[in-house]
Design a protein around this ligand. Sequence first.
Ligand SMILES: Nc1ncnc2c1ncn2[C@@H]1O[C@H](COP(=O)(O)OP(=O)(O)OP(=O)(O)O)[C@@H](O)[C@H]1O
Ligand SMILES: N[C@@H](CCO)C(=O)O
Length: 302
Amino acid sequence: MINKDRLFKVTVPATSANLGPGFDTFGLALGLYNSFTIGRSDEMVYKGCDPKYQNEENLVYQSAMALFKKHHQDDSYAENLYIEFNTDIPTGRGLGSSASCIVAGLMGANLILDEPYDTNELFQIACELEGHPDNISPAFFGGLTVSTKTDTGFYCKKAPLSSELKFHVIIPGFEISTREAREIISDSVSLKTASLNIANSSILLLSLISGDAEGIVIGSKDHMYEDQRKTLVKNFDSIKISVIKNGGLSCTFSGSGPALLCVSKNNMLNTAKIKSHLYLLDEGWMLVNLPVDDFGAFFEIL
Ligand SMILES: Nc1ncnc2c1ncn2[C@@H]1O[C@H](COP(=O)(O)OP(=O)(O)OP(=O)(O)O)[C@@H](O)[C@H]1O
Ligand SMILES: N[C@@H](CCO)C(=O)O
């Protein structure tokens, strides 16, 4: 039996990490959402969830259990939950689907426990579970975020974003897991490469705030991972060329990919031309305009 008196609906925005050079650092919340209704139940229920995730490895369930275990100080603690999935964020595309599951699992479990943890504590646990903070930060706080890890935990700052900027994602029909996309990149870079990425990400951040087109073009260039990751994504170069030729200021992997994030200014992007190029390709690419979500995850008591 589901405890219908205590059902909570947690809604989490999609997120696009990196924005080019800001690897594991920059994140942007976008107006596409996953909602999860969570409560206690006599038996485990995964309603509306892809059958391949209807098991104890489920990331919403795992994240909720992580909080219960911490709260009860018992590593073997487990209980049955009702979790209903209403999900629009495509899985394994680089749009923060895993971050949405982690944030919802933690927020849902915290509500079930009568909120013993504050947002910063949940944020810290979420970053630990995801392994890096760049998707978790905008999922929790919305908008454009810059995150780092200090000796005492993860730290996030929100940056104001120019309202003249528009964001489109180009999403293919296939998935690449973050694990696979991280395995393909080298785990060390030269000082020269690191310095170029620091310089570009700084220019990019200033330009996203001011809306300076030239700074976005220059600052979006990554030197650390794009060349390696694009070997996993057929037609990456041709799509990027089409976006830039048709008014885009940048076209970078969204998070670990394979989806791409395009930044443009006002209505300069010729979406019809880009769509006709995508139509010629085999991988089912779709171009979608998404607003920025400035608020991040929220809950309702049902
Ligand atoms: N709707 C969903 N239902 C159940 N599990 C999901 C759902 N969406 C995501 N997941 C979990 O998240 C995993 C995908 O996470 P992964 O990090 O590979 O991709 P992503 O989060 O979409 O990309 P990125 O982290 O680059 O934004 C899935 O394998 C699954 O475990
Ligand atoms: N910064 C991460 C985002 C994906 O979770 C990556 O690019 O691997």
